[in-house]
Design a protein around this ligand. Sequence first.
Ligand SMILES: NC(=O)c1ccc[n+]([C@@H]2O[C@H](COP(=O)([O-])OP(=O)(O)OC[C@H]3O[C@@H](n4cnc5c(N)ncnc54)[C@H](OP(=O)(O)O)[C@@H]3O)[C@@H](O)[C@H]2O)c1
Length: 333
Amino acid sequence: MDNLYFDKDVSLDSIKNLKIIVLGYGNQGKAHALNLRDSGLNVIVGLRDNSASLKTASEDGFDCIDISKGVRESDIISILIPDQCMAEVFDQDIAKYLKPGKMLIFAHGYNIHYKEIVPPPFVDVGMVAPSGPGYAVRKEFQNGNGVPTLFAINQDITGRAKQIVLAYSKAIGGTRTCCFQSSFEEETETDLFGEQISLTGIIPMIINESYKVLLEAGYSPVVSWFVSFYEVKNIADLISKIGINDFYKAVSETAEYGGLRQADKLIDDKFKNEMKSALDFIKSGKFHQNWKNEASSDYPELKAMRKKLEDSPINEITNKMLKILDQNKSNEI
Ligand SMILES: NC(=O)c1ccc[n+]([C@@H]2O[C@H](COP(=O)([O-])OP(=O)(O)OC[C@H]3O[C@@H](n4cnc5c(N)ncnc54)[C@H](OP(=O)(O)O)[C@@H]3O)[C@@H](O)[C@H]2O)c1
């Protein structure tokens, strides 16, 4: 397949003499910084004043430095702070300290795609976005594996941008499994769509709603919880391992027939059109505008939705059951 890169295709030579600053020591920042260093690279960590992560990053052996000072000193600036505050930090602490030939690396295309951040024309701009959370990026790396990464180039002033992002991907473990090419536009729009439809849209909420349906119909909370919540992980693991087609061969024919028949009814043309409008909403920039307005007015809609979810009956049973299952697991050991 085109545009897939593996360890054998990539050399660390292009970055082995460069200084890398990882901004932020959270979910992704910590994992990138540790993996980059374990790959033999020169890494420092850039943190805001009074950072809550200073102690952890220092205990992990990193030189921690003020963001603007670190940007001045470094060749590669990997920006791994939350997307919502990135533009402000960029304007205040990054932009004015950039020099020709430096490279900015992002792990999500959002701020560049929606032009919240407009880098100066004299720097390289790339993206290395792991297809997984930071703890997996670190854990897989320590186990000798890696989380696949998407890479993209937005500005290539030096002619070395692709070499550098691929090397960065290799150094965090990405090319051990696979590094695949995209663009800032494609990554941003598909990432938002994936979240809004399956990952943070349908999957958690269908668990919540199906539990409520069973409960309201008078079934026991424990039995309803096992079928609505607990079994989802096994199914998700199986689908990830063998694909959807073989998954249906691995379940009973009753489950296959019942599930496919019901899915046809649930995922009807109206539902498919809703998915297309969600994508249009993202592509038109209206979602971004909506989210910006939400943030600038202190998240009224998000707070109302959180409150609704906090009041859902699934929370109490989930807390109880996870505790019981966990306790029994440790008893076994
Ligand atoms: N989370 C994921 O699974 C995932 C997956 C792929 C890509 N990404 C992308 O990776 C990037 C980082 O996301 P993340 O989830 O790793 O972020 P995160 O864990 O929320 O980042 C936390 C870090 O950012 C620092 N920070 C927060 N606000 C700041 C500010 N105003 N100024 C300076 N530093 C600030 C925090 O500092 P303190 O320690 O002082 O609090 C902390 O070190 C994003 O672009 C995201 O889209 C995330």
